[in-house]
Ligand binder design. Structure first.
Ligand code: C2E
Ligand code: CA
Ligand code: CA
Ligand code: CA
Length: 278
């Protein structure tokens, strides 16, 4: 506060203690959830300009015994500060593959499912092997899997990133840059990495009708992506007006509440998946 350092400190100390206690509680509850399989996966469709689904993003939810469904915004950061994120990440990978396996066994056509990978998980030496193992244990076609990584994760160790991405690409797993445009990194890395998709961050999409700079940024990203032969997905599309303007700017793929919220597997399958036979 403006009233001086002393006051600010005495004001913030109890608050910080509370925050620390709260984090400890979340950590303990997360440990329990990992043991008891207390997580769920939701699926949000990605569509083309006609609204036809071309893939889906996998988003974790925590089914907390007291709080109900907890959003990842409320626990991923805590998990990332400990090694819990590694267990959670592995659970997401395995369960995504198992879900694909289950749907395929039911005769259902499955689109590509992309899941989020956090920094510590990607930097692990065994990351690529974990994906290989999950694919071979479930015997799913690898091209049904995709990963989403933020720019900041990719540029920490470019040589390691390139090696891992090449290994994943040779399996058939697709790679997307998440929250594209929010990092402060140079764009040079784009041409040295074997990427498939840029996901335009929803902060640009949200203001696209209000702020002409955001429209210009999006147009620039789209034309750059075209030259680099990358697909572009606009995230966080909430209104028809945003959808229409994005199409005018040359965007081909979309994701957001306007099309669908993330859905539990059963609802997602009912609404978006069809039997391969019919
Ligand atoms: P993200 O990867 O950028 O995922 C997109 C987020 O935007 C999701 O929030 C999604 O529900 C939300 N969203 C989708 N459409 C719209 C829209 O039209 N408007 C608005 N306002 N939001 C929209 P969610 O599911 O709460 O996930 C938040 C973040 O948590 C994700 O952001 C991702 O960074 C992280 N996360 C989610 N699942 C996982 C996971 O399995 N592993 C890891 N490491 N992180 C995850
Ligand atoms: Ca994502
Ligand atoms: Ca995103
Ligand atoms: Ca994000």
């Amino acid at each position: 506060s403006k009233s001086g350092g002393r006051n600010a400190i005495s004001f913030f100390q109890p608050f910080m203690q509370e925050a620390a206690d709260q984090r400890l509680k979340i950590e303990q509850d997360l440990r329990m959830a990992i043991e008891k399989e207390g997580f769920m996966l939701f699926y949000q469709p990605q569509v083309d300009h006609t609204g036809v689904m071309i893939g889906a993003e996998v988003l974790i939810r925590w089914d907390h015994p007291e709080q109900g469904i907890v959003s990842p915004a409320d626990f991923i950061l805590v998990a990332e500060e400990s090694s819990l994120i590694l267990d959670i990440g592995l659970w997401v990978l395995k369960n995504t593959c198992q879900q694909i396996r289950t749907w395929l066994a039911m005769g259902i056509t499955v689109p590509r499912l992309s899941f989020n990978v956090s920094s510590r998980q990607f930097r692990q030496r065994e990351f690529v092997d974990q994906i290989k193992n999950a694919i071979s244990e479930t015997q799913i076609p690898p091209h049904l899997l995709g990963i989403e990584l933020t720019e900041s994760v990719m540029i920490i160790d470019i040589a390691d990133t390139v090696a891992k991405m090449k290994a994943l690409k040779s399996l058939g797993v697709s790679i997307a840059v998440d929250d594209f445009g929010t990092g402060y990194s140079s764009l040079a890395y784009l041409k040295s990495l074997p990427l498939d998709v840029l996901k335009i961050d929803r902060s640009f999409v949200g203001d696209i009708l209000l702020d002409s700079n955001d429209a210009i940024i999006i147009e620039t990203i789209i034309s750059m992506a075209r030259h680099l032969r990358l697909r572009v997905v606009a995230e966080g599309v909430e209104t028809e007006e945003q959808f229409e303007l994005l199409k005018k700017l040359g965007c081909l793929l979309f994701q957001g509440y306007y099309f669908s919220r993330p859905l539990p597997s059963v609802n997602f399958a009912q609404k978006y998946l069809r039997s391969a036979k019919s």
